[in-house]
Design a protein around this ligand. Structure first.
Ligand SMILES: Cc1cc2nc3c(=O)[nH]c(=O)nc-3n(C[C@H](O)[C@H](O)[C@H](O)COP(=O)(O)O)c2cc1C
Ligand SMILES: O=C(O)C(=O)c1ccccc1
Length: 371
């Protein structure tokens, strides 16, 4: 938008810019999905199969985007998903993202694999994304550090007992550039993502897969959710639920929220698009906890559809990385402004003047007539 070039008109333009600007190691890591990337593509395509049923003649001269998540007020239901290693996209990395989130009064989820320390993120609505590490004391310390630093929820990622198979990262032998570290682990000697040795074609030569295998506890099970609940004094959400069955187990385990996510198509390939399972999850949850969605959200109409199908708010993953790469903090603000204005217009044209006005009857889903 800045400068003399053609103005950016959609979130896709930020990605196109990053494709020309980012180095291969980082670009492939950020863009990739697992295996054949069926789920990655499906996340976006599935939104196109949902149609909006607009209501007219409703005085849409003012449209309010504000809402609350887990009791905290935010300016819009468009939040920021945790993505690891943001300093590969821009030198200011997570700091820039956090400042942008604060300027827009929205929620940022910090990845526990950030290149900025938990303590160094300024104020604002912020949650910490957590993995259960083999080192249980280190995991406990992360929760405590988050609480001491003003984070208001823990999002426990449950879809990554192992890293998904991302072919480009294997080919590239992905590494975190040597000047960067997994900053939250600086005191444990586990902050470097080294080069993996590929000994056979079947080995996963991505440095990240090896790092994950060495750090994350693959015994991850429901007792760990209860353990995190017992340690944390702030709400705990599970991130990575895709079925009604697991949603019920999560509610029974006492979680405070569910993030419907397939990890941006980066874990198990050929799982469904998140928008296609959102309603199933919401029905199973039946209002007992808030349900969120991420995956493939690129336009205001996508946000509208997710809210209509039961999401309290949505989270953006890759678009934040593209915007960061484009112009740091200001780039992320610009990207958020764009999708927020798209949402405002979609709501107005569909006859909704507040987030609470968006109902199930505002969308038509293939094979699921509901009226
Ligand atoms: C580069 C990248 C890194 C990610 N890192 C994490 C992470 O550290 N923890 C996590 O729970 N999810 C991680 N995710 C998944 C996102 O939180 C989110 O589920 C996904 O990106 C949403 O899809 P979208 O990119 O299509 O918006 C990552 C995703 C990407 C693209
Ligand atoms: O890349 C990812 O999707 C992810 O969640 C991750 C983040 C840091 C290290 C390993 C995996």
């Amino acid at each position: 938008m800045t400068g003399q070039g053609t103005p950016f008109v959609s979130l896709d333009d930020f990605e196109q810019h990053a494709m020309r600007n980012l180095d291969r190691n980082a670009l492939d890591y950020y863009r990739s999905g697992a295996q054949d990337m069926i789920t990655l593509k499906e996340n976006q395509r599935a939104f196109d199969r949902v149609f909006i049923r607009p209501r007219v003649l409703r005085d849409v001269s003012t449209v309010a985007l504000s809402t609350s998540i887990l009791g905290e007020q935010i300016a819009s239901p468009i939040c920021i998903a945790p993505t690891a290693m943001q300093r590969m996209a821009h030198p200011d990395g997570e700091l820039a993202t956090a400042r942008a989130a604060k300027r827009k009064s929205t929620c940022m989820v910090l990845s526990s694999w950030s290149t900025t320390r938990i303590e160094d993120i300024g104020d604002g609505v912020k949650w910490l994304q957590l993995y259960v590490y083999k080192d249980r004391e280190a995991t406990r310390r992360l929760i405590e550090r988050a609480q001491d630093s003003g984070y208001t929820a823990i999002a426990l990622t449950v879809d990554t007992p192992y890293l998904g198979r991302r072919l480009a990262d294997i080919r590239n032998r992905f590494r975190l550039p040597p000047h960067l570290t997994m900053a939250n682990f600086a005191d444990t000697g586990k902050a470097q993502v080294g080069k993996a040795e590929a000994t056979s074609a079947a080995d996963n030569a991505s440095g990240l897969a090896a790092y994950v295998a060495s750090q994350i506890d693959p015994t991850l099970n429901w007792s760990h959710v209860e353990w995190v609940k017992s340690v944390a004094r702030i709400p705990v959400l599970v991130k990575g639920i895709l079925t009604a069955e697991d949603a019920v187990l999560a509610v029974n385990a006492g979680v405070d929220g569910i993030i419907v996510s397939n990890h941006g198509g980066r874990q198990l390939d050929t799982v469904p698009a998140t928008i296609d399972v959102l309603e199933e999850v919401c029905r199973a949850v039946d209002g007992r906890v808030e349900v969120f969605l991420d995956g493939g959200v690129r336009r205001g109409t996508d946000v509208f559809k997710a809210l209509a199908l039961g999401a309290r708010a949505v989270f953006l993953g890759r678009p934040v990385l593209w915007a960061l790469n484009y112009n740091g903090e200001d780039g992320v603000v610009e990207m958020l402004n764009m999708i927020n204005e798209e949402l405002r217009l979609a709501m107005a044209l569909a006859g909704c003047v507040s987030v609470a006005d968006i109902t199930r009857n505002h969308v038509k889903v293939p094979g699921q007539p509901r009226l």
